[in-house]
Design a protein around this ligand. Structure first.
Ligand code: PEP
Ligand code: MG
Length: 591
């Protein structure tokens, strides 16, 4: 292998979670060589090949045992450990082992090929059974076969849970599940080849306050484990093997960033009120209950979006009604009397669980969210019952994602009524007047907001998907990230229409997409008359500072002007210039 160069390399990606970190890179190679080649083995070499296979089996076993003991040390739940146990059981499966060895010996094929052949037979067998349980098992087996093949190829299959010193994770791709497992003490920052600003991986990074840059295209090829790397999660700059003077520059920037955050903290207990007295409610978005502390530290006035699907990730079985109930009751009690909006399961898109594997070509437009729930009313009803039961513990509201038309909201509400009836019969208590809302995130819903307003108590505008679907840009695809234009006139018009309909029918409207947490966008939402914004914890104080620095009358005047522009660029330029009037020394101007 040629000696690794130590030249400085500057890369630019999409900064999705702010913060500056200088640290050691740790490359997680999660990609399995996707072309396993067939090789004929000489009769005399088959024993050697079988030995190679056995060694790879042992290495895989050792790796899994190591992960398992680490999970135990970290006090992770039984479910995580059960997954590893299931993998270990497959590794010991005699049929898998014997059949592979037989093919090596009798057919004289290399171990990788033999293993793939055995896998194909098993998957075919399980698939023909058309049973969810077996489909799930065949995914596990594929996972294990991949691990063995990596080990046969001499790759060390590295995983995030195997890190033992604080590092900057570098990966081709990280799923929201991977990200949810990250601990801030071990993961200083992460970098990925793929991804976009509003992918759930990016959202999770912001929630966990882990600086991140995505969409770097080939960072996994450019950086090696052990390299020193600077990550600037705000601008998207990544510097590999920086010189001492560059490190010094970034250390100073990092100090300025910390100072800025300390300054923001003064706003924590102040009301979010404009200079001319308009009160705005600032709420937080969470994925997992543990994020509540951070929300409270940042002065959240409630939870405007609880992405409940994260309860289903990182586990091997579906959560039971009691597990749902425990999670929701905990959140409701901790926040009470502040409101908690629980969004029902939004699986699909870029979030999947092994229990419900998907082979859709276009998952963002497929069986996602409410559509999945209608296909699996058993799963849906379990969740609805638990939300209702938890509603007696605090101020819970329920919200349905990805509603695209009137029939859908009526159908979702019918399931809710069914769940209420069941609970009544069982003598279980719940809030009978629980408020019901919808996410406005599909363009068709935005365009019939006046009709939808008659069916529900509140709207929450999901700008992440509203942009994805109205501008036709896959939110996880770095190649179209440049088209992510929150100020696109089409988006602004749609949002205005939704706000006007909500006002006309007297229902609440808020924004819970990522735009809500960015000051230039928040300014326009306020100008449109929106009184509630929900965002990740780290954006709350900077938005509060904006609110306390402006007049509502100015925001309205700016917004009126903005609605006349014909391109996003014009809007951006105009808003940026007006914002500078309110902030004399804003962070980004000295940065
Ligand atoms: C949205 O689409 O804007 C939203 C808030 O929901 P999610 O990001 O979970 O899709
Ligand atoms: Mg959405």
């Amino acid at each position: 292998m040629s000696e690794h160069r130590k030249d400085t390399i500057l890369l630019r990606g999409i900064g999705v979670s702010p913060g500056i970190v200088i640290g050691r890179a740790y490359v997680v190679d999660s990609r399995v060589p996707d072309t396993v080649k067939y090789c004929h083995i000489d009769e005399s070499a088959t024993d050697e090949e079988i030995k190679r296979f056995e060694q790879a089996l042992n290495t895989s076993k050792e790796q899994l045992e190591r992960i398992k003991s680490r999970l135990k040390e970290e006090g992770r739940g039984k479910e995580h450990i059960a997954i590893i146990d299931a993998y270990l059981m497959i590794l010991g499966d005699q049929m898998l082992i014997d059949e592979t060895k037989r093919l090596i010996k009798e057919k004289k094929m290399n171990a990788e090929w033999a293993l793939k052949e055995v896998l194909r037979d098993i998957v075919e067998l399980f698939d023909s059974m058309d049973d969810r349980y077996f489909k799930e098992r065949s995914q596990d087996i594929e996972h294990i076969v991949d691990r063995i093949i990596m080990n046969l190829a001499g790759h060390k299959r590295t995983s995030i849970t195997e890190i033992d010193e604080p590092s900057i994770i570098v990966a081709h791709e990280l799923s929201p599940t991977d990200t949810a497992q990250m601990s801030r003490t071990k993961v200083l920052a992460f970098l990925t080849d793929v991804g976009g600003k509003t992918s759930h991986t990016a959202i999770m990074a912001r929630s966990l306050e882990i600086p991140a840059v995505v969409g770097l295209e080939d960072v996994t090829r450019k950086v090696r484990t052990g390299d020193t790397v600077i990550v600037d999660g705000l601008t998207g700059a990544v510097i590999i093997n920086p010189s001492k003077s560059v490190i010094d520059v970034y250390k100073r920037r990092s100090q300025r960033y910390e100072q800025y955050n300390r300054m923001l903290h003064h706003y924590k207990d102040m009301p979010a009120e404009t200079l001319d007295g308009r009160r705005i409610r600032l709420l937080g978005n969470i994925e997992i209950a543990e994020e509540i502390n951070s929300l409270l530290e940042h002065g959240a006035e409630g939870i405007g979006l609880y992405r409940s699907e994260f309860l289903y990730l990182n586990r091997k079985n579906l959560p039971t009604e009691e597990e749902h109930l425990a999670a929701y009751s905990y959140v409701a009690r901790l926040m009470s009397p502040k409101p908690v909006v629980i969004r029902t399961l939004d699986l699909g898109g870029d979030k999947f669980i092994p229990m419900e594997p998907s082979a859709e070509i276009n998952p963002a437009m497929g069986l996602r969210a409410i559509r999945f729930c209608f296909k699996r009313p058993d799963i849906f009803k379990t969740q609805l019952r638990a939300i209702l039961r938890a509603s007696k513990e605090g101020n819970i509201k329920i919200m349905f994602p990805m509603i695209s038309g009137i029939e859908e909201i009526r159908r979702a509400k019918a399931y809710l009524e069914e769940a209420k009836e069941e609970l009544k019969k069982e003598g279980k208590r719940f809030d009978p007047n629980i408020k019901v809302g919808v996410m406005i995130e599909v363009p068709s819903a935005a365009l019939i907001a006046d009709l939808l307003a008659k069916e529900v108590d509140f709207f929450s505008i999901g700008t992440n998907d509203l942009l994805q679907y109205s501008l036709a840009i896959d939110r996880v695809n770095e190649h179209v990230a440049y088209l992510y234009e929150p100020f696109h006139p089409a988006v602004l018009r749609m949002i205005k229409g939704v706000v006007d309909s909500a006002r006309k029918y007297g229902i609440e409207v808020s924004v819970c997409g990522e735009m809500a947490g960015e000051i230039e966008h928040a300014l326009i939402f306020i100008g449109l008359g929106i009184e509630q914004l929900s965002m990740n914890a780290t954006s709350l104080l900077k938005v509060k500072r904006l609110i306390r620095s402006i007049n509502y009358s100015d925001a309205r005047e700016i917004t009126e002007k903005v609605l006349e522009f014909s391109t996003a660029m014009e809007v951006e330029g105009f808003v940026a210039s007006r914002l500078k009037e309110f902030y004399k020394e804003e962070f980004w101007s000295v940065y």
